[in-house]
Each structure stands twice: as C-alpha cells, then as structure tokens.
Design a protein around this ligand. Structure first.
Ligand code: FES
Length: 325
C-alpha cells in the first residue's frame, strides 16, 4: 500500500453473524479528541482494512449511515482466502488496533428513488444493509431479494427482519441449499419492478452477470451493482506513453507493466491499495487519450465518459494518455 491516508482504529467487538460470517465493530482510538471521531459515511460506502499480514481488503459498512461513533463491517471467510478474511476470522480479536482507509463510496444510493429493489447474494448483503437503514430513515419503500445457500449461512438476517418491521421494506428469501427452495428469478424481479424503481445488486459474479442481462434496456442511471472481486484481467499490454500534466513527467509503460507501477517507478506518487480494480484508491483523472478500463469501480457511463481511470489495472487504447497528476 502507498500514499493512501490511513487512521488507526480499535477493534471493539466481533460477533458471529452466520456460518462463516462475522461482524467487526471499529471505534476511534481517542474519541474525546476534536479529530478523534470517524469521518461520516453514506449508504453503500466501504472502508479498506490494512491488515498486519500485508493485504488490503475492502469491506462495506453495515451500520447506520451518518454514525460517526463507529464503523461496522461484515466479513465472510472466503475458502480461498489469501490472508484477508482468514486474518479477520482467525487472528483478529477485540482490543486489536488496526489501520484503515476511507470511507469511500462507489455504490451510491439514489435517496430520492420512489422505490428501491435490492438483490443480494451471500455476503453481498453487506452494502445493501446501510442502504435499507437509510431508506427506513427517509421512510421510502424498498424490497430485498436475498439468496443464500441455507438459513444458517445467511448473514444479518435478523437485522433485515428488524428493518422490515418499519413497514417500509419487504424481504424475499431464496435458500437454494434447502429442500424445496426456489432460485431467485432475476428476470421476473426486474420485470415486476415499478417503472421508476432503482435496482441494486451485489453478489457473486454469476448473479451480477444475470442481473446485467436482466436489466439490459433499463436506463443505466437506475441500475447499480458492486463487485467484490476483480471484474476483468488487468491490462498490462503496455506499449504506450503516460504524460503527467501536473509534474510534466513522461513515462513509457512497458509490456507486462501496469500504469501504476510505471508511474511509481518514475517517482510519481499515486495512492493505491487493492491493486485489483476494486477499491478505487488509485483513481486518476484523464485529460487526453482513451483508457482501456478493467476495474470493477466505474459504471459504464463513467467508463464511456473517459474522465477518470484506475491506474492499477486499466491500460490505454490510445498511444498516449495525459493524466491529471
Ligand atoms: S488500487 Fe484498488 S482500484 Fe486500484
């Protein structure tokens, strides 16, 4: 990790939420100091944990947006964990002090939508929780279609049920690992959504692909999705030039190299964390040229606009990129 401002927070509590899912409550180290409080966050935001073993991992905030006294994240123990979720589940304990960055939000809630439809797969429930909390606060209607293998594996189910008690939300649960269960029919859910509804999806790649197909033809401004993992292979074809407008530095990106690493090699500092195109830390402005976007952060509209790119994974379709750095 480099260049990203971090703060230290205290692990105040950890809670079992479901099989393989725990929540972690993080609080400021010195809440009594003027700058001791946590920055406020909006629904759908995430933070990056900088884990002692090295990896940086992004986790959605699941508590009430605007709560500056604490951050709560939900962490699923990934079977193929390379150290992120495994560290949280097996080594992290209340009382630990850890570094974090953010919050950032690339999965914004449209707060004025007349109706919101949420589709969650597994731990994909986490960014949607803060959205449902916020809509309850605004007294706006929502529905959640939540898919999990079994009830025991469905994290934060009690929270969702409690949120439904407000009368603003409705839950449909699809447990595909339990007898007689039905799979979520995304085509039907999307077709039955009110014409002015905003639609959100967070879950595994197969679900996101099905959601993308089901929402084809709907105005992109009403369709929102978030990836947990790299969406595409990074573009490391190289063979183009990056010109840094502010520092007047010209950098040749070699084959096999990312824009980020080419810049760092020439002493141009760009903050970065995940290096997988997920967290958004390495976002840089594009003044000229055409990026080859490979991240999972920018929407299609933002990609098409070409005003910004993620330096860790995206390349160039033009011979030259002029960046606002
Ligand atoms: S470092 Fe995370 S998106 Fe580039």
């Amino acid at each position: 990790m480099s260049g990203v401002p971090t703060r230290q927070v205290l692990v105040k509590a950890m809670r079992h939420e479901a099989q393989g899912v725990c929540s972690v409550e993080l609080v400021p180290l010195e809440p009594h100091l003027p700058d001791g409080r946590l920055p406020p966050f909006t629904a759908g935001a995430h933070i990056d944990l900088h884990l002692p073993s090295g990896p940086v991992r992004s986790y959605s905030l699941v508590n009430q947006p605007g709560d500056a006294s604490r951050y709560v994240i939900g962490v699923h123990l990934h079977p193929a964990s390379r150290g992120g979720s495994r560290h949280v589940h097996t080594a992290m304990r209340p009382g630990d002090v850890i570094s974090m960055a953010g919050p950032r939000n690339h999965f914004q809630l449209a707060e004025d939508a007349p109706h919101s439809v949420f589709i969650a797969g597994g731990i994909g429930i986490t960014p949607l929780l803060s959205m449902m909390r916020r809509l309850n606060e605004l007294a706006r209607p929502w529905e959640l279609h939540y898919a999990a293998r079994t009830r025991a594996q469905a994290g934060f189910l009690d929270d969702v049920r409690e949120l439904c008690l407000s009368g603003h939300g409705r839950l449909t649960l699809a447990l595909d690992g339990e007898p007689g269960a039905e799979m979520l029919d995304l085509q039907r859910i999307v077709a039955q959504a009110p014409a002015d509804a905003h639609l959100y999806c967070c879950g595994p790649a197969g679900m996101l692909d099905a959601f993308t197909t089901a929402t084809d033809g709907i105005a992109p401004s009403r369709v929102h999705l978030e990836y947990f993992a790299a969406r595409e292979k990074a573009d490391t074809a190289g063979g183009f030039e990056v010109r840094c407008a502010r520092s007047a530095t010209h950098v040749q990106v070699r084959p096999g190299q990312s824009v980020l690493h080419a810049l760092l090699e020439h002493g141009v500092q760009v903050p970065f964390a995940c290096e997988e195109g997920i967290c958004g830390s390495c976002e840089v402005g594009v003044l000229e040229g055409t990026p080859d976007h490979r991240d999972a952060v920018l929407s299609q509209q933002e990609r098409d606009a070409g005003k910004t790119m993620m330096a860790c994974c995206s390349g160039a379709k033009s011979d030259v990129l002029v960046l606002d750095i």
